[in-house]
Design a protein around this ligand. Structure first.
Ligand code: ASP
Length: 309
């Protein structure tokens, strides 16, 4: 058994481990852990309390993959429902689809009986109205601090800085039966253009799992992971016999090929292989992750390997 997550997944580690220890499935474990992160209002990068888009609306992206069947479900730009990962799982289980976006995703969440609510907490709203963490000149905003409609395009270019206002939760588990599942959930890049969809709900970009080989999940500059098909790259390399850390490094080096300014390549990844190996990397020097495997009494926090090019 193995559980690995981005550092902000710590609030879900115990609940997920309990499921795994009781013989539960990797899929249940990653969903349960992710739900707790989505419920955490102090986390402004995921679910309830997430930072909003340029219009002040919280839009969630999430995906889940069952590595046993390689079935997957996802939602993009979901508004008004915090449990994005559960909606994603239900897309996988109840619909003949993989990805629902926007209005359709919200309609489906309502049909599931989930409670509609305002996901923008006063704390997150204050940061938004305060000029997007000080980045947006006054001319872009009206007297209430909202971004003026006609300025959205230019505002998106100015606020584009995933390092300052982004984050995501990644959770990957391998259960006692060897099944691997992965979950990714995010409120995306804060101050994004309305309707912007990142890598998190895109199977192959921000999330991929295959019980035969392993799984990988990303946080960081989603546009890069989208262009690099990053999570799938790692698992495909594993299937060709490449060692886990080497596979991750190849995927990262692909990203550095996509962006000539290496300082702009902001990416973190957690990954595991089917044989119990795991690794976590980041282009940033101070990033951590959390993990727990059989025999450990509690989860542990550890620094990620740093990749600089
Ligand atoms: N990857 C996420 C996105 O681009 C954000 C992040 O992980 O920082 O939406």
């Amino acid at each position: 058994m193995l559980l690995i997550a981005s550092a902000n997944g710590d609030v879900g580690m115990d609940a997920a481990w309990e499921i795994l220890a009781a013989g539960g499935s990797a899929l249940d474990a990653v969903e349960a852990a992710t739900r707790l992160v989505e419920d955490n209002p102090a986390d402004h990068t995921v679910g309830y309390g997430g930072y909003p888009n340029l219009l002040g609306e919280v839009e969630l992206d999430a995906s889940i993959m069952d590595g046993d069947t390689r079935r997957a479900g996802a939602v993009a730009a979901l508004r008004g429902y915090r449990a994005a990962i559960t909606v994603a799982r239900k897309v996988m289980e109840e619909l003949p689809h993989v990805l629902l976006a926007g209005e359709g995703a919200a309609r489906f969440a309502a049909e599931l009986g989930l409670q509609r609510e305002n996901l923008l907490t006063p704390e997150a709203e204050a940061v938004y109205r305060d000029g997007l963490a000080g980045r947006l000149p006054k001319m872009f905003r009206d007297s209430r601090g909202s971004v003026v409609d006609a300025m959205l395009r230019r505002a998106a270019a100015i606020t584009a800085d995933p390092e300052r206002a982004a984050g995501t939760v990644n959770v990957i588990a391998q259960d006692a039966a060897g099944r691997i599942a992965s979950a990714v959930s995010t409120s995306g890049w804060a101050w994004k253009y309305p309707g912007r969809v990142g890598d998190s709900p895109i199977i192959g970009a921000g999330n991929y799992a295959d019980s035969r080989y392993g799984a990988a999940a990303c946080t960081g500059w989603g546009e890069l992971a989208l262009r690099g098909a990053t999570a799938r790259t790692v698992v495909l390399l594993l299937s060709r016999g490449v060692a886990l850390e080497d596979a991750c490094r190849v995927a990262f080096s692909d990203l550095f090929d996509l962006e000539t300014n290496s300082a702009r390549v902001i990416m973190s990844m957690v990954a595991l292989d089917a044989n119990g190996g795991f690794c976590a990397l980041s282009t940033a020097p101070d990033r951590e992750y959390v993990y727990r495997r059989a025999g450990m009494r509690a989860y542990e926090r550890a620094p990620r390997l740093v990749v600089t090019g």
